[in-house]
Write a protein that binds this ligand. Structure first.
Ligand code: G6P
Length: 614
């Protein structure tokens, strides 16, 4: 979703802003813009364009560049108004006062139409369809020689979500940023500040940063900063060390971030497990659960909420919780949970599952559950993210930054974290030390099992090539392999734009079987488990109608060869952990399909990495 970068310091702002924008490209966007304040002439120069950051860069260069040591830049993912240059940020205040203010914004100003009406009555005229331009005008209207005060006053009138960075031609030594709901991080350098939507645009410059609580504003001057609420009550910002290094967000020898992250999974899962799962003592140590262990172990019900891939991980989590922790467990779209008057009480633990920790619906669902008395937990990747900060306790994934829009290593990290959480609870309820010890041994063996699947990437590519021109696919699985089927279908549609549906294998007979005709690819997750025979029966149903079967099967299963056009073999593990291995060939299938179809794997159309609006 929209990416924000802003700079104030002693260096030229433009190259720093462009480098930051490129680091944020992965978030997803459709247009971009930059504004630099030239302190000598007291003017803000703005350049905007539709399309890639590269296009904007060429445009700025053709116009002779932008000079100044303070600036703001933005990648926009359209919400209010179409994808046009006029709607791209930065937005400015009324031209009649000479465009003093320029602003970039991520979020949604919900009451923008009433504010717009009020401003129009005062003589303002607007050049875009955006809510952000209204905010720019409002700040301009309230500006009386102090930018920080004008921003505070404007935000007191606003309902909605925002992360903003504002500059003013009359104050060349001030950058004002503010936040409510949308992500914003302030990097603290030596005589400079770099503000961004996430740390990937900051780590090249500094590893010291602070986040702003909701409803607060930071005034950044080159050597100093001041933080206060929108009512001007001073607050103290806590500067902390950023968790990851620049090398982690570099592509290295890989062609795409998605491929890099698929191949990182053995290592990232070792990080998830490190120091937490000890097979010798049969113990799970989760420091992030702290004093809530007893409440969690006594919970009557667990509800896991998330969106997209995180929801699929939550679905696997349901099986793990019921199997290992023996607690009634559910999963739900965070977006549905928050609006359906859910039954939540003191015996309920709600787990928000999220890679970014910023998904607006997941955050709102968590807040709703907290308000109703639930224990609020998080299974989150990004340290210090909003969801992580809002929870009572949680488990970080520790899989490192995920840049590819199609989530891969976060999915396996989420399942592993939920498995640890289930064992942690189960051990306090019913599970013996011996059981937990042997389960942990198997968990620790998962990274090597995944490596074995990754070694087959080339043959998966060869098989995928045969079906890559088919526009409709089905993915079928039973039990915990049903969410794997959903995830396989999601990966394929996200990056190759092939229509794919995932469903429980038994459900196929209740309608979708009508779709199957000659040559339609149907992917079965058919590893040997308690429901294996049933899956074979479903495979026969597909074959007898001319469908082409691609099976994910257990190494050594020769029987399945005669029933499938293609077989992707995976090593066997215990049934509860098998989704961690089974999803790997499906990630590779989606990746190869997208590359073979010539699609931009890391920047799929219309998608955002982190969805910070409802
Ligand atoms: C977006 C991303 C998905 C992701 C989902 C939830 O739709 O494109 O890959 O699964 O948001 O994101 P989260 O950061 O909460 O896991």
């Amino acid at each position: 979703m929209c990416g924000i970068v802003a700079y104030i310091g002693r260096k030229q702002a433009l190259p720093i802003l462009f480098e930051g924008l490129k680091r944020l490209e992965y978030r997803g966007y459709d247009s971009a813009g930059v504004g630099v304040l030239n302190g000598e002439v007291h003017e803000v120069h703005v350049c905007r364009s539709v399309g890639r950051v590269r296009v904007l860069e060429d445009k700025v260069e053709a116009a002779g560049g932008l000079t100044g040591t303070i600036g703001i830049a933005h990648t926009r993912w359209a919400t209010h108004g179409g994808v046009t240059e006029a709607n791209a940020h930065p937005h400015r205040d009324d031209s009649s006062v000479g465009h003093r203010i320029a602003i970039i914004h991520n979020g949604i100003i919900e009451n923008y139409s009433s504010l717009k009406k009020y401003l129009e009555e005062k003589g303002h005229s607007f050049t875009s369809e955006t809510d952000t331009e209204v905010l720019a005008h409002l700040i301009g209207e309230l500006y009386h020689g102090d930018l920080e005060k004008a921003v505070q006053a404007a935000l007191r009138e606003v309902t909605g979500a925002y992360a903003i960075a504002v500059i003013c031609a009359e104050e060349p030594d001030t950058l004002v940023v503010a936040r409510k709901g949308s992500p914003l991080l302030v990097g603290v350098g030596n005589g400079e500040f770099i503000v961004a939507s996430d740390s990937s645009a900051i780590v090249a410059h500094t590893t010291q940063a602070f986040t702003l609580p909701d409803f607060t504003v930071a005034k950044l001057t080159r050597d100093n900063f001041r933080t206060a609420t929108i009512d001007d009550v001073p607050i103290t910002a806590e500067v902390r060390e950023l968790e990851f290094e620049l090398a982690e967000i570099e592509l290295g020898p890989y062609e795409h971030y998605m491929l890099k992250e698929i191949f990182e999974q053995p290592r990232s899962l070792r990080m998830t497990l490190q120091g937490r799962a000890d097979s010798r003592t049969g113990s799970i140590v989760l420091g992030g659960i702290g004093e809530h262990a007893r409440t969690l172990a006594n919970a009557k019900r667990i509800v896991m909420v998330g969106q997209g891939t995180a929801l699929h991980a939550s679905m696997v989590g349901k099986y793990l919780m019921e199997d290992l922790a023996k607690i009634a467990a559910e999963h739900d779209f965070a977006s549905e949970f928050r609006y359906r008057n859910p039954i939540v009480d003191f015996g309920t633990a709600v787990i928000a599952v999220s890679q970014s920790g910023e998904t607006a619906d997941t955050l709102a669902a968590l807040q709703e559950a907290k308000q109703r008395g639930a224990l609020a937990l998080g299974v989150v990747n990004v340290v210090g993210s909003t969801i992580a900060r809002e929870t009572d306790a949680g488990v970080y994934l520790r899989v490192g930054p995920e840049i590819g829009v199609a989530s891969t290593k976060a999915f396996t990290g989420q399942i592993m974290a939920l498995a640890m959480l289930a064992l942690f609870i189960g051990r306090r309820r019913y599970l013996s030390q011996d059981f937990v010890s042997s389960f942990i041994s198997e968990m620790n063996a998962i990274p090597d099992r995944i490596t074995r699947v990754l070694e087959r990437s080339d043959s998966i590519r060869t098989a995928t090539a045969k079906y890559v021109d088919r526009e409709n696919w089905l993915f079928l699985g039973r039990g915990a392999n049903y969410p794997v089927a959903l995830e396989g279908a999601l990966k394929l549609k996200e990056i190759s734009y092939i229509h794919a549906e995932g469903m429980p294998a038994a459900e196929m007979k209740h309608g979708p079987i009508a779709l199957i005709d000659k040559g339609m690819p149907v992917v079965f997750i058919a590893t040997r488990n308690s429901q294996y025979e049933k899956v074979l029966a479903n495979i026969s149903e597909v074959r007898s109608r001319g469908g082409h079967v691609i099976a994910v099967a257990t190494e050594g299963d020769e029987e399945i060869r005669s029933m499938a056009e293609e077989v992707f073999y995976v090593p066997q593990t215990i049934e509860a952990l098998q989704p961690l291995v089974n999803v790997i060939p499906l990630q590779l299938l989606a990746y190869h399909a997208a590359v073979l179809r010539g699609k931009d794997v890391d920047k799929p159309r219309n998608l955002a990495k982190s969805v910070t609006v409802e």
